[in-house]
Design a protein around this ligand. Structure first.
Ligand code: TYM
Length: 329
């Protein structure tokens, strides 16, 4: 039997180059080796109030983008989290296995709750990780490819799976996180101390969206903040901007940092940025051409409804096992 790979994206805005390089590409590269599940984490998108119509559109957009990035629904089960009710139930159960302190220590919670101090912090933000725990455990997942920012949540999943198995008997498979060595934290091009995010405070100049106009995307790379050391060199601490562009280039082309450094010895940043811009432009052009082809709601609905049936079969077994272990049925 093949092991299971699973990942998900929150439909909270247009997908970025960070989402693609940090998670989706790593999933796509492995979808044939594993039993593969990819989902749209729409329940995770309602942790704060959302415009319902925009959320629906974002879900379609996210599925079409998965396909455009190479997810093959013949090889991978593609589904929407809210279609499989077991996520909510197991999420609820796993919340009860968790200490307040464990959730308070989550870096994402600490960061995001700071931005919500005015009107009070949403509970959704706090219990967000335990729903992720359920997402992962329901499918007997062995490997979870995510960006660096989500690593802690997968580690929490391991802790809770182990705690549950110890208390109630072997129920869950222990998942491993896969954070790729290169491109696990693509940085904002204008502020390379921050992660590239779907929501970009600096009028989107620091974020490459997968649907960006190609010329606009190239300009964003050309005007990326760097430094005045005039030396293409991988040094995340002292040259975060250049290192970020090197990571983007290396992740797309597979060329290692040493080789990039050698090619650019004695050359300026302009030439280097131009190459990165061209490589990114080519990647976006390929994705966008496929996106157009897949952006068909009837087809996407079909993929999602088939995916939900397949996913639910596995999820319901796991939930039954967990409920049995707890003495709930
Ligand atoms: P989300 O929607 O914030 O991001 C989706 C995936 O993209 C990765 N990512 C990045 N990687 C590198 N550089 C970046 N700048 C960058 N920005 C985002 C994220 O690490 C993530 O892997 N909670 C998750 C969705 C989720 C999930 C799950 C993932 C819900 N349940 C279960 C895996 C397994 C999230 O909000 O990702």
């Amino acid at each position: 039997m093949k092991k299971v790979i699973l990942t998900g994206v929150r439909p909270s805005g247009n997908l970025t180059l960070g989402n693609y390089l940090g998670a989706i590409k790593n999933f796509v590269d492995r979808q044939e080796q594993y039993d593969s599940y990819i989902f749209i984490a729409d329940l995770h998108a309602i942790t704060s109030p959302k415009d319902p119509q925009k959320l629906k559109e974002a879900v379609y957009n996210c599925v079409a983008m998965y396909l455009a990035c190479g997810v093959d629904p013949k090889k991978t089960i593609v589904f929407k989290q809210s279609d499989v009710l077991e996520h909510g139930t197991l999420g609820f159960i796993m919340t009860f296995q968790t200490k307040m302190g464990e959730l308070s220590r989550m870096t994402q919670f600490k960061l995001k709750s700071q931005q919500q101090t005015k009107e009070g912090v949403d509970t959704g933000l706090f219990v967000y990780p335990t729903l992720m725990v359920a997402d992962i455990l329901l499918y007997n997942t062995s490997i979870v490819p995510v960006g660096k920012d989500q690593q802690q949540h997968v580690e929490l999943t391991r802790d809770l799976a182990e705690r549950f198995n110890k208390r109630y008997g072997q129920t869950f498979t222990m998942p491993d996180v896969y954070v790729a060595p290169v491109g696990n934290k693509i940085l904002n091009l204008q502020n390379p101390l921050e992660k590239m995010n779907k929501s970009d405070s600096g009028d989107n100049k620091g974020t490459i969206f997968l649907m960006d106009d190609i010329e606009v995307a190239k300009k964003k790379i050309m005007s990326a903040k760097t430094d005045n050391l005039a030396h293409v060199h991988f040094d995340e601490e002292n040259q975060p901007g250049i290192s970020n562009l090197m990571s983007i280039l290396s992740k797309i082309t597979d060329e290692d940092f040493e080789s990039i450094e050698k090619r650019y010895e004695g050359k300026g940043y302009g030439e280097f940025k131009k190459e990165v811009a061209e490589v990114v432009a080519k990647t976006l052009a390929e994705i966008q051409a496929k996106f157009k082809q897949f952006n068909n709601k009837d087809m996407l609905d079909k993929i999602l409804s088939n995916g939900a049936i397949d996913a639910q079969k596995v999820a319901s077994q796991t939930l039954k096992r967990a409920a049995n272990a707890l003495g709930l049925n």
